[in-house]
Design a protein around this ligand. Structure first.
Ligand code: ZN
Length: 120
């Protein structure tokens, strides 16, 4: 987690919305200690052992569903720290459609903000 530049204006409210207004069972997941955005050099999100979740600000350019996926992915790490079968099983209870967002990110990861600027 080096190269962190805090981005305070986003997405506190969005992330809270995702955590509180999804299907009921989502609120049964463990709540993060904090959630914030930053300019992450690698990856879309991270989850510290203490339960602080960081989301890559560039996801502001991604579809809402994909942002939701990343938030829920990090949330799932509060319960399962690794990416074993248990993790994906738990994640699919939070977001049954996660595979689609995962594929979207794999396809767009190098061009997310660049695409946006070109379209701009
Ligand atoms: Zn992960």
């Amino acid at each position: 987690c080096r190269n962190l530049k805090p981005v305070p204006w986003w997405p506190g409210p969005t992330c809270r919305w995702i955590l509180t207004s999804g299907p009921d069972h989502r609120s049964q997941a463990r709540q993060p200690r904090s959630i914030r955005t930053a300019d992450l050099a690698h990856g879309w999100g991270s989850c510290s052992p203490k339960g602080n979740i960081t989301i890559n600000w560039q996801l502001i350019f991604a579809p809402r569903k994909v942002l939701e996926y990343v938030v829920l992915h990090e949330l799932a790490h509060l319960k399962v720290r690794n990416h074993g079968p248990k993790f994906w099983r738990f994640l699919s209870t939070l977001e049954p459609d996660y595979q689609r967002s995962k594929t979207w990110l794999e396809k767009h990861q190098s061009t997310l903000s660049a695409d946006f600027l070109r379209r701009g």
